[in-house]
Design a protein. Structure first.
Length: 219
């Protein structure tokens, strides 16, 4: 396993935290330029790479493509920094198997690494649903039509669906409260329940799941 990041505090925390988890073997970390990261992984041939998405702000999206070319067979997990997210298209394009929130616990990291190492995926539900849908469409599966984008979710109550649709369309809690004749606190409470059920954390992610007109990509 290799950690590609320039954040020394992050690398130190991960190195220490993962060392206490059974079965975790770290072969290297890198704080240098993307060319040094690429050269190291090509030489060490790690089976799994943790890639800090903050590198995208420094070197651009091309660095991820270069890293993938250097180690074609390595499983790739991104350390998900909300400031530098990836689009679903990029996750599919580069064969990313997992996304771990930056501030997740060492135990969370270890679970994700084990799952990906055994051939599984560790992606948020809102991303997983989009990736699976793209795969079905690409393969021409008849099942794709059964999972077509919808502006309702069966797991939500009627009130939650009404709030979810409006929130995904970009309306504020106050605007939703006025439209539905409820208090902003009620909207906030229901929206929290929606996020928990759908498995998202922001309105932009919810919009991706509901595929409402005018949706925005996760920021």
């Amino acid at each position: 396993m290799f950690i590609a990041s320039q954040r020394r505090d992050l690398v130190a925390a991960l190195g220490s935290g993962l060392a206490s988890q059974a079965g975790m073997h770290l072969v290297g970390v890198c704080h240098a330029q993307i060319r040094d990261i690429r050269a190291f992984v090509a030489h060490a041939s790690p089976d799994l790479i943790l890639f800090d998405t903050a590198l995208l702000a420094l070197f651009g999206a091309e660095c991820l493509e270069e890293l993938r070319e250097a180690v074609v067979d390595a499983k790739l997990i991104v350390i998900w920094d909300d400031a530098h997210p990836l689009a679903v298209e990029e996750i599919e394009k580069h064969g990313i198997c997992g996304c771990i929130p930056l501030l997740a616990s060492a135990r969370h990291y270890a679970r994700a690494i084990r799952e990906v190492s055994h051939g599984g995926l560790w992606l948020p539900r809102w991303i997983m649903s989009r990736v699976c849908r793209r795969i079905l469409v690409k393969e021409g599966s008849h099942a794709a039509g059964l999972d077509a984008p919808s502006n309702t979710l069966p797991a939500l109550t009627a009130r939650e669906q009404a709030i979810a649709r409006r929130a995904a369309a970009g309306k504020t809690n106050k605007e939703i409260a006025i439209e539905l004749n409820v208090s902003p606190d009620t909207v906030k409470k229901h929206l929290g329940a929606v996020f928990d059920k759908v498995g998202v954390h922001r309105r932009s992610q919810l919009a991706y799941c509901l595929a409402v007109p005018g949706q925005r990509r996760p920021e």
